[in-house]
Design a protein around this ligand. Sequence first.
Ligand SMILES: Cc1ncc(COP(=O)(O)O)c(C=O)c1O
Length: 399
Amino acid sequence: MTDQHDDRDDQPDYRPDTTAIRAGRPDDQTALAPVIWASSTFVSNSVDEGRAMATSTDATRFYSRYGNPTVSAFESAIAELEGAESARAFASGMGAVTGVVLGLCSTGDHIVTQHQLYAGTQMLFQAVCPRFGIDVTFVDAADPDAWDAAVVPGRTTLLFAESPANPRLDLVDLDRLGSVRGPMTVVDSTFATPLAQRPLDHGVDLVVHSATKAIGGHNDATLGAVAGSRELLDWIWGFAVLQGANASPFDAAAGLRGIRTLGVRLDRQCATAARLAELLEADARVKDVRYPGLASHPQHELAVRQMRRFGGLLTFDLVGGLDAGARFVESTRLCQLATSLGGPETLVTHPASTTHVNLLPDELAAAGIGPGTVRISVGLEDPDDVIADVFAALDTLGD
Ligand SMILES: Cc1ncc(COP(=O)(O)O)c(C=O)c1O
């Protein structure tokens, strides 16, 4: 687990996209690209040195489940981009989410989270937490009063938010969340990335990422990260070394490579997503187009206040319902039917017939998933080709 480099304090105040090019490059190396330390273990020079490393949250040359130099470089980049004291990388986004929840909560605790969540996180709260005697209350992410109101004084230890949220891109008011006193606050900021929003700047305690998505950016790494204060990250580290969901150095190197190009990739994805959202909004076969950058998004003003970019994801409903949704995602040719986001390829999903097929009707409704809901993760193709493909698929649905 890694703290930001102190000796960077005398650097000029670079803008975030510049920081992304330089972050996580250890000063003791002349290699410009990440060096991959594949070793699972490291030789100690003495018993004292071994003992010191076995008990240090900073140990990067003891045993790679505890820490690893390549992983540490990725952690330092994430900490720097999020404005955090410290960060820990995990083997996946779910590794990071589980590391936070089970690392910080105990039997008898109470968690507040939202209805609109990535399905894996929802299962953790719905099915796993109760097994450990941890109660969970679900609130509407977009209702800024709901979070505070659900806190049970003396029992609620964690408020866990996801913003923008899967799949309808509902937003959580980060200033309001960060101002709740008592419980620790966490934001899964995967859909935004550190270059679109920084939850810690709003007083939130921890930020979580599935770096499998836009941070890795090429669909070739499974990786997660948590960033926040040194104190909280030390607690999480204590659980994480036993949890064993540590990041691979190969994936950490892929994460560092992804961070270097994140800014330009996001610019392209955001521009295409914004154009596509506007065009879809004007089409009668489509309703309720959700994109944080659209003036019609119910929380557009909040998006402008807390996001530097509006992201590469958009969601809409097909007027034709379930059949139209399933037919649409099978009819695109350039856009592929796959569940992930933030990569070079444009991906389409139809949650009601795929990822969320097991949800009950009221659970689907609470998550904002209708029979014709379609989510698009815009990639890096020529925007005209993406738009043409989406509208050709719409044309197959008839009037
Ligand atoms: C918002 C969000 N959080 C967490 C995860 C889990 O990440 P991973 O698949 O890397 O475990 C995902 C995966 O889709 C996600 O979309």
